[in-house]
Write a protein that binds this ligand. Structure first.
Ligand SMILES: Nc1ncnc2c1ncn2[C@@H]1O[C@H](COP(=O)(O)OP(=O)(O)OP(=O)(O)O)[C@@H](O)[C@H]1O
Ligand SMILES: [Mg+2]
Length: 387
């Protein structure tokens, strides 16, 4: 068993591209750790450095406290399931799974034993003599995983293993992977660009953007306390709503809504700001039906419903607000689609309980939110301001 530790790991390619910058985190022995981030942010590069397919430009990678930077991939006792895995089409499932053991010159009886054991774990026993072309996408994926676990690695790395599967199969494989991890207990690093997959599968996640780790924590921590605008916008679907709010006389003014309120407690302004970026999750809105629903903590405003999406148990209500205050915000906010200007319309999404809410296009509704639910961010750095 193994813990994996990255200490200021950096990768700069020969053309000057810095794909990973100062990545530091530790995956505990037996942990299911997720690395999540948008396409091109450096996920595969990081995995390739850990398994030894790419050299590390600087920093250290340690397994159980021992530096492994200089070790050959074959001496690392790790198995990687590649993003674009390919099975050998002319070989049977049995031969595909056995292949890494044959390459490692494992004895024949041992190969037979381990292949059968792996096939049983992955429910592939009845397919061992089949060729890949007759298998379904999910079965092929399991063969690719089998080829990795048959080596009984200390560390198991998966690079977007489910991205080629349809939604139903992806859900099913996700459950199977969680079960497999429980059974084998192997230290696992799982890479995905899909935040839902990341939230449902991992013990802990690291969020990567443009080669830089943004935040590490449990899915709950990252969702509740995103450390910056990028994490706040990346985790959650539909995404958090953002808009600027001016600060005047210690009050927070929501210009598009014509509202103002005291700045929430625990707000940490290290330097004075004229305005902040407010974030509010779609599920933190309520529909208020009468005056009595209003409390001191609740901010309420009237809005016209632009469109409605009914998702069975929930209702997504889209409202559009005219923007009358929109400062020129820093480059950071482009990550979360805040490139707007005065006079544009801002779309805000509320996610409501469909069983108790009847709202249709064109209705005027009173929406409310609790100020405790607000997230505030620095418009210059994107950093979270509420501690
Ligand atoms: N050999 C290389 N030489 C130069 N740049 C590279 C090389 N390999 C990758 N890159 C660049 O490094 C960055 C990170 O690429 P990487 O493949 O690690 O991203 P990723 O997060 O795995 O993306 P995806 O989700 O699309 O698989 C990209 O900008 C990519 O263009
Ligand atoms: Mg990749």
């Amino acid at each position: 068993m193994a813990s994996v530790e990255l200490d200021k790991v950096t990768k700069q390619f020969s053309d000057g591209t810095v794909a990973i910058k100062d990545a530091s985190f530790t995956i505990a022995d037996g942990e299911f750790f997720i690395l999540v981030g948008p396409s091109g942010c450096g996920k595969s590069t990081l995995l390739h450095m850990i398994v030894g397919l790419e050299e590390t430009s600087s920093g250290e990678i340690r397994v159980n406290g021992q530096m492994i930077n200089h070790l050959d991939p074959k001496d690392r006792n790790m198995a990687l399931v590649f993003q674009s895995y390919a099975l050998y089409p002319h070989m049977s499932v049995r031969e595909n799974i056995a292949f890494p053991l044959i390459m490692a010159k494992v004895s024949k009886p041992e190969i037979i034993r381990r292949v059968e054991e792996t096939a049983a774990i992955l429910e592939l026993s009845l397919l061992l003599d089949s060729k890949p072309r007759i298998l379904s996408g999910g079965q092929r994926q399991r063969v690719a995983i089998g080829r990795a676990i048959v080596r009984n690695p200390e560390v198991f790395l998966l690079d977007e293993p489910l991205s080629n599967l349809d939604a139903r199969l992806r859900n099913q494989m996700r459950i199977e992977l969680a079960r497999l991890h429980k059974r084998l207990g192997t230290t696992t690093l799982y890479v995905t660009h899909d935040q839902t997959e990341a939230m449902t599968l991992g013990d802990r996640l690291a969020i990567l953007n443009k080669g830089v780790i943004q935040q590490i924590g449990t899915p709950f921590e990252l969702y509740q306390q995103p450390c910056n605008l990028f994490v706040a916008g990346f985790m959650g679907s539909p995404a958090m709503n953002f808009f600027p709010a001016r600060i005047k006389d210690d009050q927070l003014c929501f210009e598009p809504l014509g509202l103002q309120t005291a700045i929430p407690g625990h707000t940490d302004f290290s330097k004075p700001l004229d305005y902040v970026i407010v974030g509010i999750r779609p599920e933190d809105f309520y529909v208020l039906s009468n005056e009595n629903d209003r409390s001191e903590q609740l901010i309420a405003f009237d809005a016209q419903v632009d469109r409605v999406e009914w998702l069975g148990a929930e209702l997504l209500v889209y409202i559009r607000l005219k923007i009358d205050f929109w400062p020129d915000m820093s480059i950071l906010v482009r990550d979360v689609g805040l490139e707007k200007k005065q006079g544009d319309m801002l779309e805000v999404i509320a996610r409501l309980d469909a069983t108790s809410t009847i709202v249709k296009k064109g209705d005027t509704v009173t929406l409310g939110f609790n100020i405790d639910k607000l997230h505030l961010f620095d418009p210059n750095t994107g950093d979270r301001l509420i501690t």
